[in-house]
Design a protein around this ligand. Sequence first.
Ligand code: HEC
Ligand code: HEC
Ligand code: HEC
Ligand code: HEC
Ligand code: HEC
Ligand code: HEC
Ligand code: HEC
Ligand code: HEC
Ligand code: HEC
Ligand code: HEC
Length: 325
Amino acid sequence: MINISKACCLVLLSALGILIAYIPILARPQDASQSPQIATAPVVNKPSADATEYVGSETCKTCHEDMPSKGFFKNFEDSPHFVTTLDDKKRPEWHGCESCHGPGKAHVDGGGDKSKIFTFKNASPEQISTRCLTCHQSGHEQSNYARSAHLQSGVSCIDCHSPHHPKEAEFLLRESSPKLCYGCHMDVRAQFARPFHHRVNEGLMQCSDCHNPHGGFERHQLRTVAGQDEVCYKCHADKQGPFVYQHEAKIEGCQVCHSPHGSTNPRMLKQNQVNLLCMSCHSLNANSGPSATPTFHNQAQKYQACTLCHTAIHGSNTNSFFFTP
Ligand code: HEC
Ligand code: HEC
Ligand code: HEC
Ligand code: HEC
Ligand code: HEC
Ligand code: HEC
Ligand code: HEC
Ligand code: HEC
Ligand code: HEC
Ligand code: HEC
């Protein structure tokens, strides 16, 4: 049954939720010209302050025990949202079915009148997400959803999550990740199919190790580690240093040299010949920018495999030319 942490969580959610949830959402301009692809349907059944408009989940059960499908209500009892029905300190708009579908009295009095209940069908992504964020806005992970590339491109919570019919019980996902993501990101699927790739398809890591699908402050919805450092350091701490001699190329990010999803080149490098990669910054005779390669670095084969000599390419504590770690 309900445990302490869940109870605490609910109390917090309610206190914070009411305070914060609507402010950033409602403050956003709902200008249709900014998101022309979003059709705005009228919202039926907004949360109401009038407790008598609510009937409680047990009443919904009387008709929806096996409707629209067998075990419909039982499924709900087994899902994480069932805890919301157990909280007797909260007002009815925080409870069970009606916390998502809105007050149900009119729907029940109408013998199941569909026009009197929020069904999620034809609702805009903003409207849907606002409902979910009533409770989830205060969650660390979701707090930036309003500014995410996903919401701004018309993707709502229920494109990825399904409260009633999840394919993956964990996190109520519509589809397991990365299949879920590939459904819309075909180009990324192709990148992870390349011979040298991070092992996401193999289940060793997740898209969400590097990205927050709910958005954040970084470009490409990337996660960061402590101090806003690159997400890569979470697993490749050895590349971070601090080094006495940093390779300043890293200032531009690991992806100036690596393709983070996958590559046809070993070490997921962006170019198939290391020398071309290096020369894209260290030209043979540069007057500005990164130092030119010394003239004795002629085109002889010996000098083509740059990292044979400059082995500590990410930085060194002993040698300013990165010959030794
Ligand atoms: C008196 C029986 C009855 C009760 C009680 C009842 N419903 Fe319904 N509900 C129905 C019927 C019948 C339908 C199907 C209507 C149709 O398909 O035309 C329905 C459909 C729905 C739908 C789906 C609409 C759609 O677009 O498919 C939702 C959502 C819903 N009910 C939510 C609730 C909630 C939440 C409660 C409790 C607050 C509740 N119902 C209580 C009878 C009931
Ligand atoms: C966490 C939010 C949430 C809660 C709680 C919730 N629903 Fe839903 N419900 C949805 C969403 C979202 C849909 C739209 C279909 C989908 O995405 O799966 C939906 C769809 C439905 C439908 C349409 C048929 C279907 O299977 O999709 C019915 C009926 C329904 N809900 C009834 C209920 C009843 C009854 C309860 C309480 C036992 C309930 N819902 C609790 C979010 C919720
Ligand atoms: C693009 C797909 C996508 C969208 C859109 C999305 N989510 Fe998620 N969500 C995920 C994935 C994947 C996970 C699994 C955990 C992870 O990998 O971060 C998750 C996890 C969660 C979790 C549990 C984990 C946690 O730490 O909080 C909650 C709650 C959640 N999402 C709520 C929401 C809400 C609310 C919305 C809309 C405001 C939303 N999600 C929109 C993909 C999505
Ligand atoms: C009444 C508040 C409330 C509303 C509204 C609500 N949720 Fe939740 N949600 C919760 C609670 C409470 C939990 C359980 C948290 C826990 O177990 O720690 C939860 C859990 C989740 C999880 C995590 C499941 C897991 O396996 O960890 C996801 C995903 C999620 N909700 C998505 C949604 C989506 C999508 C919507 C909108 C359709 C929504 N929620 C609406 C309160 C709510
Ligand atoms: C190892 C970390 C990492 C993993 C795992 C990862 N990404 Fe990325 N992703 C990045 C980085 C870094 C960028 C930015 C690349 C750049 O700036 O050139 C990016 C860019 C993107 C972009 C925007 C640019 C583009 O290529 O379209 C999308 C979309 C994306 N990733 C989706 C995904 C999906 C979907 C998955 C899982 C299948 C995934 N990523 C897994 C690190 C990662
Ligand atoms: C319903 C379709 C859909 C699903 C499912 C989906 N995305 Fe997206 N995603 C989009 C759209 C549309 C955009 C915005 C346009 C773009 O940048 O491609 C986007 C943008 C992104 C971006 C930001 C790209 C940038 O350049 O800023 C990342 C990262 C991303 N998605 C990752 C994911 C991950 C990870 C998943 C799976 C958990 C996922 N997406 C699931 C449709 C989807
Ligand atoms: C969640 C942990 C994790 C994160 C975050 C991560 N990596 Fe990795 N990375 C790995 C693992 C594990 C391997 C090696 C094993 C494998 O999958 O083949 C690897 C391998 C690599 C390799 C290839 C090594 C080789 O021997 O071929 C490169 C290059 C790389 N990562 C760069 C990056 C970059 C750039 C980022 C940030 C965009 C990043 N990684 C983020 C876990 C991670
Ligand atoms: C200046 C280009 C450049 C930058 C920037 C760069 N790398 Fe590399 N990286 C390389 C080259 C070249 C290799 C292959 C070295 C070799 O073959 O000996 C490599 C190899 C790797 C490897 C696999 C071999 C090993 O040493 O473990 C990992 C992991 C890696 N890089 C991670 C990263 C991460 C994380 C970042 C960002 C902090 C990063 N790289 C930034 C050029 C770069
Ligand atoms: C994104 C641009 C970029 C790339 C690609 C790059 N470097 Fe650098 N590198 C720099 C910058 C900036 C410095 C800082 C010092 C400077 O101005 O020369 C630097 C410094 C160095 C130094 C130290 C010498 C000095 O003058 O301080 C060596 C050696 C070096 N790079 C070798 C390489 C090699 C080998 C590669 C290919 C694996 C490579 N670099 C790729 C930008 C780059
Ligand atoms: C056979 C070993 C070797 C190879 C291979 C090699 N270098 Fe060097 N590199 C050196 C030596 C030796 C120096 C000079 C160190 C000194 O001045 O003390 C140097 C210096 C440099 C410097 C610093 C120049 C300056 O004036 O600060 C850069 C940049 C550089 N190399 C880039 C490259 C690039 C790019 C490649 C691949 C095309 C490459 N190196 C291949 C041995 C090598």
